[in-house]
Design a protein around this ligand. Structure first.
Ligand code: ZN
Length: 391
């Protein structure tokens, strides 16, 4: 049995923290009880200064890009970033890539992350995930604007799922509005009729995504030219990407919209009209790294769709730390309460992936992991806050 107290315990089940809270777990970390600590009432208690919170859920990562840490120049914009990632392809051996992924996995564990949604374009990360102490969901990503290869992409991605059988759960998904065809989304919707299939899409990470869909202009058109990709079959829709694509998504699955840096308030309100399983995912560290821009977090407070947080990959971030992401949100939008950002970092992600029976909140019977946040002042994190994994 283990017993922990701290200045505050945030269960996330309750909106308000428990001052001088006491959390008791079994040796495995399963929660036995949560109460107020009364001095002298218990023995064998670990006393901490700060706030105890549940283990974090990292809703968006690319383990496969871990070997690109520090290799891509910052603040050059998304099309340039994509070109750099493609340029580095085949420059590293599988063994070195796997070794970088293992380090990234350990880094996430140290940073108090207990569950990860990970984008994969190959099966290389499967062995890292199979031997990890973290819980993984793998999104097998399909890339292709050519409408004639839509069904072929679905078949290939579906066949890749077997490689991840011992690595947690897996589903097939699209990459982004600028690397798919309408036919691919239609085929995916058909596939989702008889598969439980979580969906993730990089959404409005760069404003030229919207320019492409509205007028077939902007830096993505130049990118296709540079890469020799033919987009003659692409017809602009006079709408920005989210408004053009939302009706094409399946209604019966959870769908993670990742980044949302250039999502407008109109887009946020538009989503309310669709009774689909949409969740937002913010990766502010990567947005600063690539675009030097952040989403309008205040827009999303008005949304009916829950928000989550992700680190993105080490190609576009200096750390894989959900606490670091929370610090950026707080620094940018101090009016958003800590309790709200904590829910993004924990329970909402757990619900998206269907892990909430075990993860996401401190509740009797769950095994969510426990993190201590240090330098916690006036009910909030500070720039000096660090995460210490208690269990
Ligand atoms: Zn990403």
């Amino acid at each position: 049995m283990k017993k922990f107290t701290a200045d505050y315990v945030f269960t996330v089940e309750d909106k308000k923290p428990i001052p001088n809270g006491l959390v008791v777990t079994d040796d495995d970390g399963r929660i036995l009880s949560i109460s107020n600590y009364e001095e002298g009432s218990e023995e064998g208690i670990e006393h901490h200064s700060g706030a105890i919170v549940p283990g974090f859920i990292n809703a968006h990562c690319h383990l496969e890009l871990s070997h690109l840490k520090g290799k891509i120049e910052e603040k050059k914009g998304l099309p340039s970033f994509i070109k750099s990632v493609i340029g580095f392809r085949n420059s590293t051996s599988d063994a070195d890539m796997i070794s970088a992924m293992k380090k990234a996995d350990k880094l996430m564990e140290k940073n108090g992350i207990v569950g990860v949604g990970d984008i994969s374009n190959s099966t290389l990360s499967a062995e890292v995930k199979a031997s990890s102490s973290l819980r993984y969901h793998t999104f097998i990503e399909m890339v292709g604007m050519d409408p004639y290869i839509a069904d072929e992409l679905i078949e290939k991605a579906d066949a890749m799922k077997t490689a991840f059988e011992n690595s947690g759960s897996a589903s097939i998904t699209v990459h982004a509005a600028y690397t798919l065809s309408k036919d691919l989304l239609k085929s995916l919707r058909k596939y989702c009729k008889d598969h439980k299939n979580l969906i993730s899409i990089h959404n409005q990470e760069n404003d030229d995504e919207n320019a492409l869909y509205r007028y077939k202009t902007g830096s993505f058109v130049e990118l296709y030219n540079d890469l020799g990709i033919n987009i003659d079959h692409f017809v602009p829709m006079s709408k920005n990407t989210l408004q053009a694509l939302v009706p094409l998504f399946p209604q019966n699955q959870n769908i993670l919209l990742v980044h949302n840096t250039f999502t407008s308030l109109k887009d946020v309100y538009m989503l309310k009209r669709f009774d689909y399983g949409f969740y937002w995912c913010f990766c502010p560290g990567a947005n600063v790294y690539i675009e030097d821009t952040l989403p309008h977090f205040d827009f999303f407070i008005k949304s009916d769709s829950p928000a989550t947080l992700g680190t993105d990959s080490l190609a576009s971030n200096k750390n894989l730390s959900i606490l670091d992401e929370m610090k950026i949100v707080k620094g940018n939008s101090p009016e958003i309460p800590f309790e709200t950002i904590l829910e993004w970092a924990t329970l909402n992600g757990a619900k998206f992936f269907g892990w909430e029976r075990e993860l996401g909140s401190i509740k009797k019977g769950k095994k969510p992991g426990l993190n201590l946040i240090t330098n916690f002042k006036d009910g909030n994190i500070t720039n000096k806050s660090e995460v210490v994994k208690l269990i």
